[in-house]
Ligand binder design. Structure first.
Ligand SMILES: [Zn+2]
Ligand SMILES: [Zn+2]
Length: 263
């Protein structure tokens, strides 16, 4: 079964990932205004009225800003764990009771299966998601300062992997952020750096020639070229051939990626 994926936005000013199979389409996070999300979906020929659900990773506003609006406008169920609900409830505004889907483990939306797993971030109970459909696996790991062994097992062998590559260490350390923010970003509850992503990838890639998108790139402490080159060089040093063993790209804050098709 074919699956379509587009990262509509990625970074600290707003996040949303679109996934669709033949029957259902969902957004993981909706961290831009409802209007901006509609605009971005239209830009890649997607229609928000076709959405089946919204899934939330954690309650930071760059992940939930448009959730309430979209849920009300298109009558969409919102999936989040209990503590994320508690943390976001006020800012989401009124969500119909039938659309409040509180999960405590894996769940299905039609034939799209979702396995939430704990990430390490300064939110109530942040999660990443593995999405399975047929024999395809999509792994999502952003907003985490650390990837646990359990998460590595889940993410390993993904056919499509969206992996945080938040900052270049030197740019962060010599940049203008105040010290407490630098410390927060570098902590295990912060964000993965380009080097962290590069070190993780050899452990997550199997021989299924995955597509890997570097994501949640900081606009202040990173840029796509630096992230790409850092990860590419490290992977080549580890014996991987870009374009053969894996395809490597990135998602940005400014505009949606193309709609990728796998399966
Ligand atoms: Zn974020
Ligand atoms: Zn966050």
């Amino acid at each position: 079964m074919q699956i379509e994926i587009s990262v509509l936005a990625s970074g600290s000013s707003g996040n949303a990932i679109y996934i669709k199979n033949n029957k259902h389409s969902i957004l993981i996070d909706a961290g831009l205004s409802g209007k901006e999300l509609e605009k971005r979906m239209a830009a890649v020929d997607l229609n928000p009225a076709d959405l089946s659900a919204l899934l939330v990773t954690h309650e930071h506003s760059d992940h939930i800003k448009g959730v309430g609006v979209l849920s009300r406008r298109y009558d969409l169920p919102v999936y989040a764990n209990d503590k994320t609900w508690t943390g976001s409830e006020k800012r989401l505004g009124k969500i119909k009771e039938k659309n409040q889907q509180i999960f405590s483990g894996p769940f299905m939306i039609g034939e799209l299966g979702f396995i939430p797993y704990a990430t390490s971030h300064d939110a109530n109970a942040p999660v990443g998601y593995i999405c399975r459909c047929g024999n395809q696996k999509i792994g999502i790991a952003t907003d985490t300062g650390f990837i646990s062994e359990e998460a590595k097992k889940l993410l390993k062998g993904s056919d499509f992997l969206i992996l945080e590559s938040n900052h270049d260490l030197e740019m962060l350390m010599t940049g203008s952020y105040p010290w407490h923010l630098k410390k927060r970003i570098r902590s295990e509850q912060g964000h993965l750096s380009n080097d962290d992503a590069a070190a993780l990838l050899p452990k997550l890639i199997k021989d299924n020639q995955p597509k890997v998108l570097l994501a949640h790139l900081s606009e202040e402490n990173n840029n796509p070229q630096i992230a790409y080159i850092t990860v590419k060089n490290d992977l080549e040093e580890a014996g991987f051939k870009i374009g053969e063993d894996l395809k490597l790209g990135w998602a940005t804050q400014a505009k949606p990626t193309k709609v990728y098709k796998i399966g």
